[in-house]
Ligand binder design. Structure first.
Ligand SMILES: [Mg+2]
Length: 387
């Protein structure tokens, strides 16, 4: 039985939220983001601004050159987070099978709602989110996540210029590959600029070109990715919806009152946050396989980086070590930071290894337990393991 997956993406989300708070902005070219003289970037731009070629992630100085009368609105991330949560809880009231993939995007599995027409569900969602929250969104519906997401993008692209797309694109089961065939190859997941260039050398430009290419040759050229590429190009994608419960994570973050560029301070903060994460993992008798960091730069752009460990961990040391590695990979020395966070996900019961060869790690786990107990009793500043 084929599934019904709905992908929803709020249109120009930050800008749309700002418009609900300040209706004067409606229809004007404006951008949310940092100031041009402070090397700010465009976090989100209105559809009127897009007509002049302004795009998100563009330096604000460039955006202002394109549109001299561009209105610049500072980001209000807490507000966007709150509004996002309102949208997500609305989605969850329809079905618990919701996978939020970013602040303004989610997948829903509608397969169990057989008695309702998916197109009508989408129209009701769009109308509800517009009427109650004042926000436009686009929707794609298909038999899997890959095609549903691309359907949303196609709907957005086909929209009338200068206003929110409110796209709604439905790909009937069985028509996945026909729908994808004429689209450019780089609309497929996993086709970045490098792969795109390699494909172009072979004369492959559309997703249909990939689907028609012998799979064995794609595997020879791109390894396992080649196999995935072939399946995706045919419109096949078996990945399930992963709900919040399953991606549950334990995390801690802190926003500095003043941006911090001192490496030592940042590392110490990361250590403290990692120790708190470790403590709450152990208190809940959990360990996690994925360690994640979150960084917000002074211009409010935010990035996360994560890495998956071979074994689940609940150890402060391992979390710190991994988090520092991730931090060093994305941040130049002395680069200013506004917010930093550490989290662990992929949670499950801790794996205890009591073998002789692991006596060292067992010992450090015992020590950690004692430290936790002391901190529980006397506060977390009373004792700290040597750094
Ligand atoms: Mg969006």
């Amino acid at each position: 039985m084929s599934r019904t997956i709905l992908h929803l993406d709020l249109d120009a989300f930050f800008c749309s939220v700002e418009e609900t708070r300040n209706p004067d902005l409606r229809g004007k070219p404006f951008a949310v983001g940092g100031k041009p003289d402070e090397r700010g970037v465009v976090a989100s731009c209105s559809y009127a601004a897009r007509q002049f070629g302004v795009r998100s992630a563009m330096p604000m100085s460039r955006a202002v050159r394109l549109v001299p009368h561009l209105v610049i609105v500072p980001s209000r991330h807490r507000l966007y987070g709150e509004v996002s949560e309102q949208v997500m809880s609305r989605l969850r009231s329809l079905t618990p099978l919701v996978e939020q993939i970013s602040i303004d995007e989610a997948f829903l599995d509608l397969s169990d709602l057989r008695d309702k027409d998916p197109r009508q569900i989408a129209l009701d969602l769009q109308a509800g989110i517009r009427d109650e929250l004042g926000l436009p969104c686009s929707v794609g519906i298909a038999s899997n996540k890959l095609v549903a997401k691309i359907a949303t993008e196609v709907g957005k692209k086909g929209a009338k210029k200068g206003s929110p797309p409110f796209g709604l694109t439905l790909v009937p089961a069985g028509q996945e590959s026909a729908f994808l065939a004429p689209l450019p190859a780089n609309m497929l997941w996993g086709v970045g600029p490098k792969t795109e260039a390699k494909l172009a050398e072979l004369g492959i430009h559309t997703i249909g070109d990939i689907a028609a290419w012998p799979e064995a040759d794609l595997v020879r050229r791109f390894g396992e990715n080649g196999r995935e590429l072939a399946a995706h190009a045919r419109g096949q994608d078996e990945r399930p919806i992963v709900t919040e419960h399953e991606t549950k994570s334990i995390s801690q973050e802190t926003t500095f009152t003043r941006d911090v560029s001192d490496d030592k301070t940042l590392e110490r903060t990361l250590r403290e946050l990692a120790a708190e994460v470790g403590r709450s993992l152990r208190r809940n008798d959990l360990a996690g396989k994925t360690v994640k960091i979150k960084i917000r730069w002074p211009d409010f752009t935010t990035l996360t980086r994560q890495t998956t460990l071979p074994q689940p961990t609940d150890s402060d040391e391992e979390i710190v070590k991994t988090a520092l590695k991730l931090l060093h990979a994305v941040r130049k020395p002395r680069q200013a930071v506004r917010l930093i966070g550490v989290g662990v996900s992929g949670l499950g019961a801790p794996v205890r290894q009591l073998g002789l060869w692991d006596a060292g790690s067992e010992k450090s786990r015992k020590l950690q337990e004692v430290v936790d107990q002391l901190q529980e009793k006397y506060g977390k500043n009373v004792i700290r393991k040597g750094e």
